[in-house]
Design a protein around this ligand. Structure first.
Ligand code: SF4
Ligand code: SF4
Length: 346
């Protein structure tokens, strides 16, 4: 299985209800950023730059819970910053799981191993910790590449050790790899084999996006891929990583390979952080709204996406297009491909 059945069940029931009530726009995944502080300083990270003026601020657990209830999304991606340096992370995870939600806990893995015993203790009182919490560990390549991108010698080994420990402790563990111009597909194959050997449940591959806050001041932004380059890389990935458990759904992978067009559905992945509800999307910022309703009703969704906004020209990111691939997969052939993809193993 690519994803646990409980996740697919929750998502399917939720989508049926939204469609039954005729809601034109609804969130699938809430990107919850309780803080932007981080224990690493990656070259491709926009957050620590864009939010440098609020880097010491954080949302309280109560504010996080209110935001989750406000949006109603079935999946909560707790990201940041580094969520494992959020002082109340255990309380937050406990509350979110008790709300019946699923959690992607996005981490750079540097504290994963040392925090595992706390999560194991939590699992004794909340059994959903082992079935609805998915660790999502940032790994951008093999040792030399990863350490260079995150600018910390030894970061790869620490993250891998955390991944192995989490798998040994019975957690669901996925990884998240950002692709840049320099990304070498041979190295990705090597990484996929290594992750498979430690039992990782799935590997997410995302094309890096050169949004304003990650552009190198005064320099060329030459490590981000153009749309044509993304398609070229993913065509090779589709062939060479076929036997590995890549988490991109078949319709989304078609899009990444340039074989299908999709309309950005950034409204389905809203971002909530210390400044409010970030619009229009996880990547670019025009405004932060105070409430989810203001965010969804005041943003002009017809003006975003490829062909509508020059900032979207080279974006093929999950936060805009993966929900689009799920929401618009209505054809029988898409549904059959999705079902086969879901039940296929390593
Ligand atoms: S680990 Fe994540 S949040 Fe921290 S600097 Fe790197 S990309 Fe940014
Ligand atoms: S295409 Fe969508 S997700 Fe990408 S930058 Fe534009 S609005 Fe954001």
């Amino acid at each position: 299985m690519r994803f646990p059945l409980s996740l697919l069940g929750s998502m399917s029931r939720y989508m049926c209800w939204q469609k039954f009530f005729g809601k034109p726009k609804f969130p699938l995944v809430l990107m919850l950023e309780p803080l932007h502080a981080c224990n690493l300083h990656c070259s491709g990270c926009g957050r620590i730059r864009e939010y440098s003026d609020t880097i010491s601020k954080h949302l309280s657990v109560a504010e996080c819970v209110d935001s989750i209830l406000e949006s109603g999304a079935p999946i909560i991606s707790i990201c940041g910053g580094e969520p494992l340096i959020y002082a109340d992370i255990l309380e937050l995870v406990d509350c979110v799981l008790r709300l019946g939600k699923h959690i992607y806990l996005c981490t750079n893995g540097q504290l994963l191993e040392s925090k595992l015993s706390d999560f194991c203790s939590l699992a004794q009182t909340n059994r959903r910790v082992k079935s609805r919490l998915y660790w999502n560990v940032h790994v951008d390549g093999m040792q030399r590449t990863h350490d260079s991108i995150v600018e910390k010698c030894g970061a790869f080994d620490i993250a891998m050790s955390g991944i192995s420990a989490a798998k040994c402790a019975g957690f669901l563990v996925y990884t998240n790899t950002t692709l840049y111009k320099q990304t070498n597909i041979d190295e990705l194959v090597e990484l996929a084999k290594l992750l498979e050997s430690v039992g990782v449940d799935g590997m997410m591959l995302a094309p890096g996006y050169g949004y304003d806050s990650v552009k190198v001041s005064g320099g060329e932004n030459d490590f981000f891929l153009t749309r044509a380059e993304i398609c070229e890389k993913f065509r090779e990935i589709r062939t060479r990583l076929k036997k590995f458990k890549i988490t991109a759904t078949p319709p989304f992978l078609d899009f990444l390979c340039g074989d299908r067009t999709l309309q950005c559905a950034a409204w389905a992945n809203p971002t909530r952080n210390v400044k409010g509800w970030k619009a229009p999307c996880y990547l670019i910022t025009d405004k932060h709204y105070e409430t989810y309703d203001q965010f969804i009703n005041s943003t002009d969704w017809s003006k975003i996406g490829y062909g509508n906004d020059p900032r979207c020209e080279n974006c093929m990111m999950h936060c805009g297009y993966e929900p689009a691939a799920v929401l618009y997969a209505n054809k029988l052939t898409d549904l059959i491909r999705l079902a086969i993809w879901q039940i296929s193993h390593w």
